[in-house]
Design a protein around this ligand. Structure first.
Ligand SMILES: [Zn+2]
Length: 199
C-alpha cells in the first residue's frame, strides 16, 4: 500500500512487541506529521539506549555504570537478595517499597519448550554471590507461572545445602501471570507473606 521510507517505517514499527499493523500505520503517520526536532530526539533515544545501557556486573540489572544504582547504594541491606527474572521485575518490586535488600536478575526462566536451561541464566553468578556467607536470605520472586515455579524449585534445591534461608513470594499473585503486571498492593503483600522453603 505504501512505498519507500514510509513503508520501511511501518514495517519496522510492526516488528515491535504489542504493535499490530494498524498501530504501526498510526505511529508512522504521526511521525510523518511531527516536528523534525521531535523525531530526531526520539530517534536519538533509541540509539542512546543501545550505546549507554549495560548490565550490572553484580546483579545483572540494567545500568549505565559498571554497577547499578541499587548495588552502589550503601543503605541497601547486603544480607538479603531478591531473585527475579527480568529488570522489569526489579522496577515492579521497587514500586512496592517493601524490599530494602539487593537483587539478582536471572535474565529469564527455565523453559524446556523454549530451550532455556539453567546454564542460560545467571545462576552461576548467583551462587558466586552466596559463596562468602554475607547473604543470609534469598527471596525467590520469579513469575507465578510454570517456568517461574520451575526456576524457583530448581534454585531452592540448589541452595538447600547452603546456610541461607530461602523463601518464595506468598500466593495472592495471579497464577500464570507476570510479576511486572501485579499491582503494588498485591505484590507488597506477597512480599510480607513470603514463606520459607525447606529442602
Ligand atoms: Zn546491580
Amino acid at each position: 500500500m505504501f512505498e519507500g521510507a514510509l513503508a520501511d517505517l511501518i514495517d519496522e514499527l510492526g516488528r515491535l512487541p504489542g504493535i499490530g499493523p494498524k498501530s504501526a500505520q498510526r505511529i508512522a503517520f504521526h511521525v510523518l506529521a511531527a516536528d523534525p526536532v521531535d523525531v530526531r530526539r526520539l530517534a536519538q533515544t533509541f540509539i542512546e539506549v543501545k550505546e549507554r545501557v549495560v548490565f550490572c556486573r553484580v546483579c545483572g540489572n540494567v545500568s549505565e555504570a559498571d554497577e547499578c544504582r541499587i548495588c552502589r547504594d550503601p543503605r541497601r541491606d547486603t544480607t538479603i537478595i531478591c531473585v527475579v527474572e527480568e529488570s522489569k521485575d526489579v522496577i515492579a518490586i521497587e514500586r512496592t517499597r517493601e524490599f530494602r535488600g539487593r537483587y539478582h536478575v536471572l535474565g529469564g526462566a527455565i523453559s524446556p519448550i523454549e530451550g532455556v536451561g539453567p546454564e542460560d541464566l545467571r545462576i552461576r553468578e548467583l551462587m558466586t554471590r552466596l559463596a562468602d556467607g554475607t547473604v543470609t536470605e534469598v527471596i525467590l520472586a520469579t513469575d507465578p507461572n510454570l517456568e517461574g515455579e520451575a526456576t524457583a524449585t530448581y534454585l531452592a534445591r540448589l541452595m538447600g545445602p547452603m546456610d541461607v534461608a530461602v523463601s518464595r513470594l506468598a500466593s495472592g499473585l495471579p497464577v500464570g501471570g507476570d510479576l511486572e503486571y501485579a499491582d503494588e498492593v498485591t505484590l507488597g503483600r506477597a512480599f510480607e507473606g513470603r514463606r520459607r522453603i525447606e529442602f
